[in-house]
Design a protein around this ligand. Structure first.
Ligand code: ADP
Ligand code: MN
Ligand code: MN
Ligand code: MN
Length: 335
């Protein structure tokens, strides 16, 4: 007997990388911790020139495949060059070093992935001409006039759970056709692996419904919410006391400009200061403040321990990159 392994990797598309995948048939005596490396044509993914096109896929995380079922699997991979060094587009490799360096601080991440469904060139729920009723009732709404795409969302949630993704919830968002799922809390490498595979499952499941999902951070211009990837984080010390939470906010403030530029292409279009965002040029933090760069949830302020939420990352951010920057910044300041 044989089984199917879907090898998934992140390509070199600029300014925002995309997911790619292809299927390999494996003998069933092949243990999941001993999956073969594989290759692909990097000249078709903006990862290599045509005259030297081979790139290497190294399996790093394995999930049961909820779509094919049976013994089939999804395999998240890192991309390498043929000389066995990480490809320049491989953002997981530098995260590995940082995650290991600060493993003793036990960083956890919970990421809120917002996204938007599109059909026939417009957001799901938008009329052929003009716009739907203004925002106000869609967030966590119920009913056919408020909610668009719930069948896809339910199918995606089920698939994530079957795959063993560390999903913590879903909700309808502020704009029609816009939704969110949350992954975590998980460690820095796991949260990235799980989020990238959850994104792949979202696109793959929506495909079955003839719908496309996008992580475009500002899918509709004007008075409509953008899509973010709020990144909740905590070290062991933050989960035990309040001073480390304030210290983490201060540390992030000291590197704000450098970090916000790595939080996803088009950040200046989303972080305008309107629509529950802080302007991308200013750094702030505050309790319960959804207009701040970093929000400290009210229960955290009451209990004097817990986590903080970096509200700046765009929906199209790379969780490997964002987890590396936050881990490095917060943990180096705590030492
Ligand atoms: P919001 O109120 O901002 O919409 P959500 O409920 O959507 O928040 O998401 C909060 C996320 O924070 C969840 O993924 C949750 O698992 C995660 N989280 C909870 N506690 C912690 C913690 N101590 N460290 C990191 N993440 C956490
Ligand atoms: Mn949320
Ligand atoms: Mn949200
Ligand atoms: Mn949030």
């Amino acid at each position: 007997m044989v089984y199917k392994a879907e090898y998934i990797w992140i390509d070199g598309t600029e300014p925002t990388a995309r997911l790619r995948s292809k299927t390999r048939i494996l003998e069933d005596d092949r243990a999941h911790d001993n999956l073969p490396i594989w290759g692909f044509d990097g000249s078709s993914t903006n990862q290599a020139p045509g005259d030297n096109s081979d790139c290497v896929l190294k399996p790093v995380a394995v999930f049961p495949d909820p779509i094919r079922g049976g013994d089939d699997i999804l395999v998240m991979c890192e991309v390498f060059l043929v000389d066995d060094t990480p490809h320049p587009t491989n953002s997981r490799a530098p995260l590995r070093a940082i995650a290991e360096k600060y493993a003793d601080q036990d960083m956890w991440f919970g990421i809120e992935q917002e996204y938007t469904f599109f059909k026939d060139g417009r957001p799901l729920g938008f009329p052929v001409n003009g716009f739907p009723a203004p925002q106000g009732f869609y967030y966590c709404g119920v009913g056919a006039d408020e909610v668009f795409g719930r069948d896809v969302v339910e199918a995606h949630m089920e698939a994530c759970l079957e795959a063993g993704i560390g999903l913590s919830g879903i909700n309808a968002e502020v704009m029609p056709g816009q939704w969110e799922f949350q992954v975590g809390p998980l460690g820095p490498l796991d949260v990235g692996d799980h989020l990238w595979v959850a994104r792949w499952l979202l696109y793959r499941i929506a495909e079955e419904f003839g719908i496309s999902a996008t992580v475009d951070p500002k899918p509709v211009k004007g008075d409509w919410n953008g899509a973010g990837c709020h990144t909740n984080f905590s070290t062991k010390a933050m989960r035990e006391g309040y001073d480390p939470i304030i210290a983490a906010c201060e540390a992030l403030g000291a590197r704000a400009e450098e970090m916000v530029r790595a939080y996803g292409h088009g950040i200046e279009d989303r972080l305008t200061g309107a629509h529950e965002t802080a302007p991308w040029t200013e750094f702030s933090y505050g309790v319960s403040n959804r207009g701040a760069s970093i929000r400290i949830p009210w229960q955290v302020a009451v209990e004097k321990k817990g986590y903080a939420e970096d509200r700046r990352p765009n929906a199209n951010m790379d969780p490997y990159l964002v987890a590396r920057l936050i881990t490095d910044t917060v943990c180096s300041a705590a030492v």
